[in-house]
Design a protein around this ligand. Structure first.
Ligand code: GLY
Length: 314
């Protein structure tokens, strides 16, 4: 089967303010270009999604790695998952600290341990054993993350549930299909502002924050983690595809189900095993970008789709 490689990324579904709109678009476009150049040069879907998410983690516009939001203590705890659609092997980390690129660490869990997820202290110890560079928390924290955190503390007397309001940053992710027809997904996040210390969201949970299966396709999700976990959003999209719906129908259907069933909002990107792809979100905005046959498509607002002619590979 001849498959055209496809690279798709998102920078989180939330009410992205106008002052972050342009940098969000540029950020996702750069990440998509990086991932696509790997695919176009014969690289694997796993390598492409890891590399694209690393670019997003290094960009402090997004809630992952540098730019992560702060927990109730004003600290940074990071979650990530990567999944290989060929073998169904996944690697995930949760509640890790002082690491720039949780997605690469998650891939090490997949490749170097018999386990799927490491968390907290054990994960941090394993990172040290692997020689992964540790960085001071302040290097991950942005002025915007501090402002979001302060808003919670200022308004905590009057606001009962800010967690599901789309007002805060959320998550990055990537999906890809390579020229051999292998799919993969990767998702990385700082979670939600003012989360309890030790809270783990949907992002590192297999079937919720992401899922990849060569027999169906690959999904990366973003949005309110407690809602996403209740409906296992990533796997739900693939379930609808298995029932014969297109990727777009499945993406819309799954997000609508989550909205109606548990009042949760979010977004996702999906690529099918046959090289069809879709994006969808029920929040105000989600920055996303995809490349197929060198053609870059991207958007931010509902229904928006811009295209750019083939760009030179980076
Ligand atoms: N979707 C990210 C989180 O809720 O942690």
């Amino acid at each position: 089967m001849d498959i055209n490689p496809i690279m798709l990324v998102h920078g989180g579904a939330w009410a992205i303010p106008d002052d972050l709109a342009e940098s969000s678009k540029i950020g996702v476009k750069n990440a998509a270009k990086c991932g696509y150049s790997i695919l176009a040069n014969g690289g694997s879907a796993m390598q492409a999604v890891e590399s694209a998410v690393r670019i997003l983690e290094d960009n402090n516009v997004f809630d992952a790695g540098h730019g992560a939001v702060l927990n109730a203590d004003g600290d940074v705890e990071l979650d990530a998952i990567i999944m290989d659609g060929k073998t169904l092997a996944a690697g995930a980390v949760s509640c890790i600290k002082n690491i720039s690129n949780p997605i690469t660490f998650a891939r090490s869990i997949l490749e170097k341990t018999p386990h799927t997820m490491l968390t907290g202290e054990g994960a941090n110890r394993f990172a040290e054993k692997l020689g992964i560079a540790r960085i001071p928390t302040k290097e991950l924290v942005t002025e915007h993350a501090i402002q979001e955190w302060e808003k919670y503390h200022k308004y905590k007397q009057s606001v009962t549930n800010l967690f599901n309001t789309e007002k805060v940053h959320d998550t990055v992710g990537a999906v890809a299909i390579d020229s051999e027809g292998n799919v993969a997904c990767a998702t990385s996040t700082g979670g939600i502002t003012n989360k309890m210390v030790g809270r783990v969201g949907d992002s590192p949970i297999i079937g919720s924050g992401g899922y990849a299966d060569n027999l169906v396709g690959a999904v990366s999700t973003t949005g309110h983690g407690e809602s996403i976990m209740k409906v296992t959003l990533a796997r739900l999209v693939l379930f609808y595809m298995e029932q014969g719906e297109t990727p777009q129908e499945s993406a819309d259907h799954a997000l609508e189900y989550m909205k109606n069933r548990v009042h949760g909002r979010g977004g996702l990107i999906v690529v099918s095993k046959t090289g069809k792809w879709a994006t969808s979100f029920t929040t105000q905005r989600m920055a996303w970008a995809g490349i197929e046959e060198g053609l870059l498509t991207y958007g931010l607002n509902p229904g928006e789709k811009f295209q750019e002619p083939p760009a030179p590979l980076i």
